[in-house]
Design a protein around this ligand. Structure first.
Ligand SMILES: [Fe+2]
Ligand SMILES: [Fe+2]
Length: 151
């Protein structure tokens, strides 16, 4: 089993997808939508997005723990690696579809021009700070590398 490939996948999920990307959503866009578009939006679709992010963190935590057990020789835990990897992948495909086709579109049409401008500026600041730490390049290279390796 290629543990190194799993370690790299978990690194990119935790530090790019979650820390970098999800934080922009949670701290900037979804926060703005929750603040400006009313309680029904905050407690409905936005809550759903936060819940998806949280469930994803659980699957990755369980995946990491299963990997650790297999590394220690517990062969039966391979089934937990498969289960959590599939659960995370399915969750993320569905989550991205909801964001692309519903939540982002809703925010784009319902938020004021000023709010959208503020969201854009704050996100650009996060991107600039990340570029200074080479985050985007690091994880783009990692994705290219992972596309050519077998798990
Ligand atoms: Fe998200
Ligand atoms: Fe997203």
């Amino acid at each position: 089993m290629n543990f190194d490939a799993f370690d790299k996948a978990i690194d990119s999920i935790r530090n790019y997808a979650d820390k970098h990307h999800h934080n922009k959503e949670e701290d900037i866009l979804f926060k703005k939508m929750a603040d400006e578009l009313g309680e029904a939006v905050a407690k409905g679709p936005i809550y759903g997005m936060f819940a998806d992010h949280d469930l994803g963190r659980l699957f990755i935590k369980n995946l990491q723990e299963a990997l650790n057990r297999v590394k220690e020789g517990e062969e039966d835990s391979k089934v937990d690696i498969i289960g959590n990897a599939i659960a995370y992948t399915d969750l993320l495909y569905r989550h991205i579809d909801k964001e692309d086709n519903a939540v982002y579109k809703f925010g784009e049409t319902r938020l004021s021009k000023e709010a959208l401008k503020e969201v854009e500026e704050k996100c650009e600041k996060v991107e600039t700070e990340a570029r200074e730490k080479n985050i985007q390049d690091k994880y783009l290279k990692l994705v290219e590398e992972m596309e050519s390796i077998a798990f």
